[in-house]
Design a protein around this ligand. Structure first.
Ligand SMILES: Cn1cc(CCO)c2c3c(c(-c4ccccc4Cl)cc21)C(=O)NC3=O
Length: 292
């Protein structure tokens, strides 16, 4: 029997999406359902290694966190030829990290990003789980596929080549942010912490204080919003790293006083002062109607 793998049998590899420390991610077409998926293919971890724990964590977490619009969807995982594969939803808009290499977000876009990722965190935390590696590189973007009929499209081309139709489309195109990479997900109550990216982690977690891990996700989200609003590049250590963790997060220029205050609240040195993934929506800057 030919030793063709399930990967080769069921998928056509379209392009390499990225290389992580734990494997290669490909954009793949499923021959049967004709849909596009993101598949991470990594060397099968050594039994009992911490890498194995991360790999199993990821699959367990996806299995529990079935379906939420702001969490990357999981389809399948399998092992073959000394490789481990996980088949996830493909997000066609790149990662937030790749977007930030082109431009930063304005206040209106930051609010949408914050609300959507907070919704995803609320879902994860409601299952007594914590993500532990919230960062721009793990937030993926999905844009609706809009296939304009070319004729209509051409008719709207103005004589200066500007196309109000396309531009308008771009402005109103709904963007969905999705939390991905569940490799560091662990239980809130019996945490087995595999530390995430230290640029985004709060001090208490680096000091092995796991008493309030969900507030650790809130801190990482706060740092991610700060970065998306122009606060980057984020330090890995040193003076600025500590400044961001002792309550001295600098104000973002061009961002309102109250939104800057919300970022300071989310990155508060004392985790009890940070809003939870459920109370964050009550903050006046996110529901302006409330304070009218
Ligand atoms: C590097 N990279 C680029 C992308 C596409 C963004 O437009 C991507 C995805 C994923 C992942 C991913 C992350 C962690 C674990 C498994 C996967 Cl498939 C990585 C991705 C994933 O789960 N879904 C993706 O779209």
């Amino acid at each position: 029997e030919s030793n063709i793998t399930r990967y080769e049998k069921e998928f056509v590899e379209l392009k390499l999406l990225g290389v992580g420390e734990f494997g290669l991610v490909y954009q793949c077409l499923n021959r049967l359902d004709g849909c596009i998926y993101a598949i991470k293919r990594s060397i099968k971890p050594v039994a009992g290694s911490s890498f194995e724990k991360i790999s199993l964590n990821e699959v367990y977490a996806h299995a529990v966190l079935g379906k939420h619009d702001n969490v990357v969807r999981y389809y399948s995982a399998w092992a073959e030829n000394n490789h481990m594969l996980i088949q996830n939803e493909y997000c066609n808009g790149g990662s937030l990290q790749s977007l930030l290499q082109k431009r930063i977000l304005n206040e209106a876009e930051l609010k949408i990003l914050l609300l959507q990722v907070a919704e995803g965190l609320k879902y994860i935390h409601s299952h007594n789980l914590v993500h532990m590696d919230i960062k721009a590189g793990n937030i993926f973007i999905s844009k609706p596929q809009i296939n304009l009929s070319f004729t209509r499209f051409r008719q709207t081309q103005g004589d200066d080549g500007f196309d109000e139709n396309y531009d308008q489309l771009d402005n109103y195109q709904a963007v969905t942010y999705k939390i991905g990479d569940l490799g560091h997900v662990t239980s809130m109550s019996e945490p087995q912490v595999e530390e995430g990216d230290c640029r985004y982690l709060p001090n208490e977690i680096l000091q092995d204080d796991y008493s309030n891990l969900s507030k650790g996700d809130i801190f990482s989200l706060g740092i991610t919003i700060y970065e998306a609003g122009g606060g980057g590049p984020l330090p890995k250590n040193g003076e600025l790293w500590h400044q961001l963790r002792n309550g001295n997060v600098p104000d973002l220029p061009g961002i309102s006083r109250e939104f800057n205050d919300l970022i300071k609240l989310m990155t508060h040195p004392n985790h009890q002062e940070r809003p939870s993934s459920t109370t964050i929506f009550n903050h006046s800057v996110l529901c302006p109607a409330v304070n009218k």
